[in-house]
Ligand binder design. Structure first.
Ligand code: NA7
Length: 538
């Protein structure tokens, strides 16, 4: 230790699921002095910002929450299978209140920079409210899909109507009644929002760049007996999801899609389809992500479903995904998405067949040579995923290095939780950890608990700094890429592959296996058991 006393033991950036639990853990378990900075005016993170119509979680609610608070697991009642944004926000507010977390959180405050002081081994953190504080540990709990992507369309500044990005929706909501509305994008967000907006708008134009494979969510009330049984079994459920591949109770069928009869396959597909949610995506035949032929069979089933739902065969054809394997882009869960295109007030403009968006005009959007007049444009155009929010922190590590420069060709991390040259800095569900390929609360809890143990260990053993070695980091990056290169994931222009943002270096952002979340947890625990192998502790 140096003679300089920092303002805080730890600064945590963000008060979503990650920041909430990180604060709870460091403050109440280790007794540290912690400060959380949050840009929003309350807790919630993703669930604070994403207020578009239809916003709800895509994981089953009974596994979408904190498991550290066993009593709350028993007490909390979700209203439906996939609760809506306001309900999840209420839950997070409740957790913050129950654990008296807000007193250590500063809202409406954005972290705009930070540098590691090599002399004193402290981080100095700067905020847009003029705070300049020092801390021993700096933890980014900034979320993975939090840096908004509004494409720079030609003519944007000329548009006279109102426009919104789904992740920065007005808190008062938007009244679409009687309006001509355009939605740009057909990702998981748009698939939730479009059916809702179509019910209100006079006229809705959907601008599709890439058709998606959507499967039914099958939202609804959960049978009280099922909920009761789950509550009685929570210890086992938690154990199972922690050890599972995706942090979900979904397991691949341990067979090839190619080895079973067409009848058996069809029965399995129907079963998954009827179950709804991620079952079709994450509990399908085990070679679906590896073998193009197996994948084609899974894809074909969805294509047939689209054709049988959408009445106009020309519209159905536009909605049929082409040119990439099923499951390699984030699975959207739909409630009446395909049915919405049967409505008279809904028009689909497909970039490939009708022509791409050329410009935003004073009155609307011009695509494929035709102008679509619009009163409101909703951009459901996603995020600069995973690396975007971290780079935006403007951190300077040893020797003034920046993430912008260090990650010039894609992320370089060790275990997705640490970056060489940035001592005592941790990223919860950072790039190259399972993160977005898992049920987020499971991965968040794993990282928070692992970081807490690490800090505890450092304090107990009188260590001042910890940082990933460049060698361990290089090996991890190599491993992450080797694993994904054996799958079909690399063949898609997905945000997982950084392909959605012009100029973003092509790199796979999360970590996929080979044993998923459970295997990754084991790996992290082994690293810790070997005295933090791959890290320099000083
Ligand atoms: P996504 O999944 O990134 O979807 C964004 C959509 O916007 C997608 O259809 C994109 O087409 C489209 N897009 C992006 N940029 C453009 C431009 N320049 N022109 C036309 N269309 C564009 O974001 P979401 O918010 O739906 O979902 C993000 C995650 O939130 C989701 O995966 C869940 O984890 C929760 P593309 O497919 O790239 O061709």
């Amino acid at each position: 230790m140096t003679g300089t006393t920092p303002d805080f033991d730890a600064v945590v950036i963000g008060a979503g699921f990650s920041g909430i639990y990180m604060l709870k853990s460091l403050r109440d378990k280790l007794g540290l002095k912690v400060k959380v900075y949050e840009a929003g005016d309350t807790v919630g993170g993703t669930w604070y910002w994403n207020r578009y119509p239809g916003a709800r979680c895509d994981s089953d609610a009974y596994i979408y929450g904190f498991t550290f608070d066993k009593q709350l697991l028993q007490e909390w009642e979700w209203s439906e299978r996939y609760p809506e944004q306001p309900e999840i926000l209420r839950y997070l507010e409740h957790v913050a209140k129950r654990h008296e977390l807000k007193r250590d959180m500063q809202f409406n405050t954005k972290v705009i920079g930070g540098e590691f002081d090599e002399q004193n081994n402290l981080w100095t953190v700067h905020t847009d409210k003029g705070d300049n504080v020092t801390a021993r540990f700096l933890i980014a709990a900034v979320g993975t899909l939090s840096y908004t992507n509004v494409p720079k369309f030609k003519g944007f500044e000329k548009y006279k109507g109102k426009w919104y990005h789904t992740s920065q929706f007005p808190h008062t909501g938007v009244d679409f009644t009687g309006k001509r509305v355009g939605v740009v994008g057909t990702g998981a967000t748009a698939v939730q929002a479009i059916p809702e907006i179509a019910q209100q708008a006079k006229h809705l134009v959907v601008f599709q760049r890439t058709a998606n494979y959507c499967v039914p969510a099958r939202n609804g009330k959960v049978d009280p007996e099922v909920t009761k049984a789950r509550k009685a079994d929570y210890d086992n459920i938690v154990k199972r999801i922690r050890e599972s591949f995706f942090g979900q109770e979904h397991y691949f069928i341990p067979k090839s899609a190619l080895e079973v009869s067409a009848d058996e396959r069809e029965r399995e597909f129907e079963k998954k389809w009827d179950a709804g949610g991620f079952a079709y995506w994450l509990a399908n035949y085990q070679d679906m992500f590896f073998d193009q032929k197996a994948n084609d069979l899974c894809a074909d089933f969805i294509k047939r479903k689209i054709r049988s739902t959408v009445k106009d065969p020309r519209v159905a054809e536009k909605l049929i995904p082409k040119g990439y394997a099923y499951g390699t882009k984030r699975q959207p869960l739909d409630t009446n998405y395909y049915e919405t295109f049967n409505k008279d007030n809904v028009v689909l403009v497909d970039a490939k067949t009708d022509g791409p968006i050329e410009e935003i005009t004073e009155n609307g959007i011009r695509a494929g040579g035709k102008e679509y007049p619009l009163d409101i444009i909703v951009f459901a155009t996603g995020f600069d995923a995973m690396t975007g929010p971290l780079k935006a922190l403007n951190l300077r590590g040893r020797g003034g290095r920046t993430l912008d420069k260090e990650w010039g060709d894609g992320p370089h991390t060790y275990l997705g939780v640490s970056v060489a040259g940035f001592p005592n800095f941790f990223t919860i569900t950072g790039p190259q950890s399972p993160s977005v390929l898992s049920n987020m609360p499971v991965s968040i809890e794993q990282h928070v608990e692992w970081i807490t143990d690490l800090i505890d260990n450092m304090i107990r053993s009188g260590k001042t700094t910890i940082e990933a070695t460049p060698q361990a980091q290089d090996q991890w990056v190599k491993h992450v890429n080797e694993v994904v290169n054996a799958t079909l994931m690399v063949t898609a222009n997905s945000w997982y592959m950084s392909a959605n943002i012009p100029g973003k270096p092509k790199a796979f952002l999360p970590y996929l296996g080979p044993e998923g979340v459970g295997g990754y947890r084991k790996k992290c625990d082994e690293v810790a058991a070997k005295g933090y192998e791959g890290f320099n502790l000083a």
